[in-house]
Structure formats: structure tokens, C-alpha cells
Design a protein around this ligand. Sequence first.
Ligand SMILES: NC(=O)c1ccc[n+]([C@@H]2O[C@H](COP(=O)([O-])OP(=O)(O)OC[C@H]3O[C@@H](n4cnc5c(N)ncnc54)[C@H](OP(=O)(O)O)[C@@H]3O)[C@@H](O)[C@H]2O)c1
Length: 377
Amino acid sequence: MKVRMRARTRWRFARRVSVTDRMHVDDAERMQQAIEAAAAVRADTAPNPWVGCVIVSAAGEVFTGATEPPGGRHAEVVALDAARDAARGATAWVTLEPCAHTGRTGPCADALIDAGVARVVVALEDPDRRVSGGGIERLRAAGVEVAVGTQADTVRAQLAAYLKHRTTGRPWVVLKVGASLDGRTAAPDGSSQWITGGAARADAHRLRAESDAIVVGAGTVRADDPSLTVRNVEGKDPLRVVLGSAPAGSKVLPALEFSGELTDLLDQLGQRGVLQVLVEGGATVLGAFHRAGLVDHYVLYLAPVLFGGDDARPMFAGPGAETIADVWRGAITGLTPLGGDVRVDLAPVGPSAVTGPVPVVRIGDVPPFRDPASGGA
Ligand SMILES: NC(=O)c1ccc[n+]([C@@H]2O[C@H](COP(=O)([O-])OP(=O)(O)OC[C@H]3O[C@@H](n4cnc5c(N)ncnc54)[C@H](OP(=O)(O)O)[C@@H]3O)[C@@H](O)[C@H]2O)c1
């Protein structure tokens, strides 16, 4: 008898746990769908954040939305417009706190309340001072059940550029370089040819499309005369920035030509609404950004090529660590084969004020590429 009672108690406990677990699993799965919806619009929304929303009606129908280009609807409104009456009593999963202010569009918190959504699951609070908890408060005050924090680390990584901009006023800095496996980036005689193959170059163009500005040094403009546009993938051209000045007639012009402190450049770009800046080189500029500790994320495209000596251009020009105790150490956060090359994603070690304890991860698959026609960068 005693044994049977104990067994029943255990069963009841197990059932209660599994219902709660199921809810968390559902929340995580639905939030993952919202994260994927956001990833699909990563290059289209700046200076607004790329947000995804999934609404599931009481009857189980699923409606998905993602942020439209600036001036367009926010993710919640796209999903609500698709759901219409089915939103009454529904649950919404949204990667970033619904806004509480009227900008170019009305407050999303009000849209969710007016549509009769019963429960809202939010991954992250929005640090933008016009929101920062206000959307969640407004939903709760209207009697909507709100849960915060589902998949927060993944969304923090996905929105790192937006979060850094809104919390520091500066853009997220991505340093990109194409190199041989022995770490060389250009031949000593200045002869110029691609080190990496078509797949790596197409991926690099996707990085450009996700960035709002690209920075190169005047040395690269003089050596390669790059146009720095987005090619072989869909996307708008970023603002082109030359450190120093570009000779008249350079393909990169018109560009912002900047001389001075790199921190001042980042402040200026932040004020212009640049959320992510891609620093493309050359070695002098990469060395300066790296040594100043201004890089948030490194993307190295490595080709199975060896220059085989120490006279070719390095990744970083200028004085490096003098002693082994001073070497910069990072964490590899992504390793992606691209044709015959490999992409290494590298982040500074340690918790970041922006991305939290989890370093940046790549979200989404590498899109198909067209083998690009030969030509300059
Ligand atoms: N493999 C790759 O991924 C890759 C990418 C890009 C370039 N590259 C190669 O790199 C080589 C060029 O590299 P590099 O080191 O010679 O030149 P660089 O880094 O492109 O440019 C250095 C120049 O930029 C200007 N500059 C830098 N910081 C500045 C600041 N804070 N304010 C004002 N001006 C600033 C200075 O121009 P002034 O000299 O006019 O004062 C400086 O000499 C080329 O061979 C190119 O093919 C390779």
C-alpha cells in the first residue's frame, strides 16, 4: 500500500513538471522561429533593430512577422496584420520588447493590447531609452501576461550591433580580413589578386550588406582602387569611409574621408545611425583598430595558401605584443567551410557589456552564391 501511494505521488509530481517543461520548450521553439524570421531581415532594417515575431492563435494557427525597412511596420504589427481576429486570446513571441513610443509607426505594445493578445513572451528588454521596460509595463498594466528572457543569449548575440549602439552610442565594430594560412594579406611587390575563393568573397559581401559603413585606409585605396559596393548578394551599399584621403577619380568616391582619432570616427558614425561598421583593411588600419581594443568581432577568411616568408604584408602592421603574457586571446565562435577556404569567427574573451556571457554566434545559413566576375574589391 505504502509503495503504491509513493508511486502515485511521484507520478503527479512528474506530470506537473512536464507541463511546465513543455511550456518552456514551446516558448524556446517559438522564440527560435521568431529569431529565424529576424535573421531573414538582418540587412534591411537599420537603424531600426531586426526583430522577429510569431503569433499562435488559441486554435493553433501560426503567424510570423519581421521588421520591415525603415518607415515600414514593426515585426509585431506584421504578424498581427496576418493574424487579424485570430490574435484574440493568442500568444506572441517577440525577440525584442515591443515599443511603447510613437515613432514613424505607433506603439507595438498598444497594437498587441488592442488585438486582444493574452500572453507575450519577450526575449530581451529594449535598452533604447524611449522603451527600456515601458513596453512590458504597458502590456502588464493592460492585463496581458508577459514572460521575459526566453532565448535571451541568442537574441543578445543576434542584436549585438543594435544593443551596442543604443547603450554606448558607437557602432559594433567587425574587423574582416582575407589571408593566407600563414597570416599574410598582400604580396610584397603590391601585385593584387584574390587570396580567397568565390564562396568566401560572396560571404564577405553579405557582411558588407549587413553593415552600415565600411572603413578602409588610404593605402588600400591607392593599391587596389576598390569600389566597396555590395555585389553577388542582395543588399544596400554601406557608407564608404576612407581613413586619410582618396585620390581624385578613385572608385570609392564619393566617400567620407576622415583623418583623426578612431574613437572620434566611431562617435561620428554612431551619431549618423551606423549600427555596424566593417573594417576591411589594410594592415595599418587593422593594426590600429586591434591595438586600440576597438574591435567587437573578428572575421578571418583563411585560404589554403602559404606565402612562405616574412616579407608579404601581415594581417596587422605596427608593433604587436612584446611578450607572450601580452598576446591577445580570443574565443573562436564560428568555423565555417566556404569552398576551399574557411571562415573563422573570433570574439574577445570574457563577458561583454553588450552580448553578455555568450559570445557572438552566426545565425542562419550561408546563402547560395554566384561565382563573382573577377574585379576589384
Ligand atoms: N587581404 C585583405 O583582406 C586586404 C584588405 C585590404 C587591403 N589589403 C592590402 O593591404 C595593403 C594596404 O595596406 P596598408 O597597410 O599599406 O594601408 P591601409 O591600412 O589601407 O592604409 C593606411 C593609410 O591610411 C591612412 N590612415 C590610417 N589611419 C588613419 C587615421 N587615423 N587618420 C588618417 N589617416 C589614416 C594613412 O594614409 P596616408 O598614408 O595617406 O597618410 C595610412 O598610411 C594593400 O596591398 C591591399 O591590397 C588586403
